[in-house]
Design a protein around this ligand. Sequence first.
Ligand code: HEC
Ligand code: HEC
Length: 368
Amino acid sequence: MRRPLIVAAACLLAGAAFALDAGYVWPLPDWMPPPPVPADNPMSVEKVELGRHLFYDARLSRDGTVACASCHAQDLAFTDGRAVAVGINGTLGAKNAPSLANVGYLPVLTWANPHMDSLEFQALIPMFGENPDEMGSVGQENTIFATLATDPYYASAFPAAFPDRPLPDLFTVTRALAAFQRSLISVGSPYDRFKRLGDKHALTDAAKRGEQLFFDHRFECYHCHSGVHFTDTIQTSLMAEGEAGYHNTGLYADYPASAPGLIGITGRPQDAGRFRTPSLRNVAVTAPYMHDGSIPDLRGVIAHYASAGRADHPMKDGMIQGFRASEAEIADLIAFLQSLTDEEFLSDTTLSDPWPEGHPASATRQMP
Ligand code: HEC
Ligand code: HEC
């Protein structure tokens, strides 16, 4: 059950940096504070709904074939099931599409760019970025916004969401997309019911044993996959500052130039191969794994950690020491990871494609 909570009090506590979201009710239980919201883009029901339509609208891409949802599909926790993303002309990117569950709680976005700290700004990258060429819309802005403006839904939805600036443009489109993405909240897994609501029957015995292993010093998983979203990268509206964790888990002896890790932005040698710790919520449905999708399943991920990484790298994190685990323990750990799947989130119709079948907004790209 999603239990709504009015957030005015939480936002007041957080101070003036965050917007007061008049009328918007977060789909959050009382133990989870809302994500921060920038003062210049307060949440509203109308904006979130507009953002949802844009997220599923392939007309944001150059040839009308690719929507945000083409690479961020709800039933896969807003990932795409591919190792690396495939852009508009079938061009292969270098990175795996991350889940967008709880993306509003991430103070830094993408696998390894600590400067990418705004959902509003990030939305420009898939639309207008050229490397990788995801939606290919650079130079097409005016045509795209003009097309959107002719849609009867948008003709009323933009003024409802942005009374002072009622037309589709970079400002309104990116803000609506960001508001919708902040609404992608997933805290309703069996493990949440077990841990937060005291429902002893929510977990299988195997998952309960797996929980012990996950939080055990032998496995060390919880050091990096820490906190409420199982990642050391988090900011809530109650935190003055966000926290960001980047680690080298020993995937490569030499990370390729197409995905070098944090060093690609900072230039510091110690940042080679360091990537942001992904959340493990819904991880059972987000295969393949790692920043480049190079591990096909959870068993493979555990084997990777058990052998202290696939490769030796001088910057490999000290927590990646390797461990011995029996078959039964591996099965238990996987059962625990599976208990982090929030089925309601994966099928919640308020987050799904709002366009009727065959509508010009519909993406034509086939999912794998
Ligand atoms: C062609 C596939 C593709 C499309 C289309 C696409 N994305 Fe992504 N998305 C990715 C990949 C790959 C990444 C990881 C990029 C990186 O880390 O460098 C990503 C990352 C993100 C992130 C950061 C998530 C995180 O965990 O840090 C957000 C937010 C996001 N995309 C939103 C969108 C929105 C909004 C759209 C539509 C305007 C969109 N994406 C379209 C593939 C895609
Ligand atoms: C030193 C910090 C650290 C430790 C310890 C750690 N992880 Fe990770 N984990 C990461 C980082 C960073 C990544 C992403 C690495 C990459 O893509 O290059 C990751 C990726 C993953 C992924 C893939 C998620 C995805 O969406 O692709 C899974 C699953 C995972 N870890 C589970 C575990 C388990 C289980 C353990 C304990 C056996 C563990 N991790 C221990 C930091 C850590």
